[in-house]
Design a protein around this ligand. Structure first.
Ligand code: SF4
Length: 190
C-alpha cells in the first residue's frame, strides 16, 4: 500500500523514463520482475484477463486451486490459464487484495500498465479501469535524448498498430498489450 491519491484524474509519477525502459526490457526478457508502484490499484486484476501460468511456475500453481485452471489453448501440455468471475475479477482477488501476492503468477509479476503510457497506445476497449490508470502516469525525462527515445518508442508502437503485418507470428494485432511490449522490445531508442 502507498499513500497515493486514489482520485482517478490525479497524475502519478511513473519514474524516470530511461531507467524504466531498462527495467521493463529486463522484465520482458525474464531477467527481473517489474516493480510497479500499484498502490491500491487492482485494475489489472479486475480487467477480465486470462492469466497464463507456465509449467515451471510451481509456487504459483501450488497456491491456486486446480479447479480454477484449464489448459491454455495452442500451448504445450502443462501451460494453463486462470479465468475470471462474472465481474471480470481474478478469483484470487479477495477483499480487493491479491490473496496469493507472494506466490502470484509470472504474468502478474511482469505486468506493467506503464507500457501504454510509454508507447502512447490505449489499452483494449474492455480494460476501462486500466485505461483510467494509464492516463494518470507521467514519466520524467532527465535529458532531451531520453525524450527523443520516448518519441521513437511512440512512433514504433503506432507503426505496429497501423501495420500489424510487421508483428511477428503469435502476436495478435487485437491485443494492444502485446503490441506495446513488442514495440518496447524492438524500438531503436539509442
Ligand atoms: S493472481 Fe493476484 S495479482 Fe494476479 S490477477 Fe489475480 S489477484 Fe491480481
Amino acid at each position: 500500500m502507498t499513500d497515493r491519491d486514489p482520485t482517478p484524474d490525479t497524475q502519478l509519477d511513473a519514474g524516470d523514463f530511461a531507467s524504466w525502459l531498462v527495467e521493463i526490457r529486463g522484465a520482458i526478457r525474464g531477467d527481473n520482475p517489474s516493480d510497479v508502484p500499484c498502490g491500491d490499484c487492482t485494475a489489472c486484476c479486475t480487467a477480465s484477463q486470462f492469466i497464463h501460468i507456465a509449467p515451471d511456475e510451481t509456487d504459483a500453481l501450488a497456491h491456486i486451486p486446480s479447479a480454477l485452471l484449464f489448459p491454455a489453448p495452442r500451448l504445450p501440455s502443462g501451460h494453463v490459464l486462470m479465468g475470471y468471475n462474472e465481474r471480470g475479477q481474478c478469483p484470487m482477488l479477495i477483499d480487493n487484495r491479491c490473496s496469493i501476492y507472494e506466490h502470484r503468477p509470472r504474468a502478474c509479476r511482469t505486468y506493467d500498465c506503464r507500457v501504454f503510457a510509454a508507447t502512447g497506445l490505449e489499452p483494449d476497449d474492455d480494460k476501462i479501469l486500466v485505461a483510467q490508470q494509464v492516463r494518470r502516469w507521467r514519466f520524467s525525462f532527465a535529458t532531451q535524448s531520453d525524450h527523443d527515445a520516448y518519441d521513437a518508442l511512440c512512433t514504433a508502437a503506432n507503426q505496429l498498430r497501423l501495420d500489424p503485418s510487421e508483428l511477428p507470428q503469435g502476436i495478435s494485432p487485437s491485443n494492444t498489450t502485446h503490441i506495446a511490449i513488442h514495440a518496447i522490445e524492438i524500438a531503436d531508442t539509442h
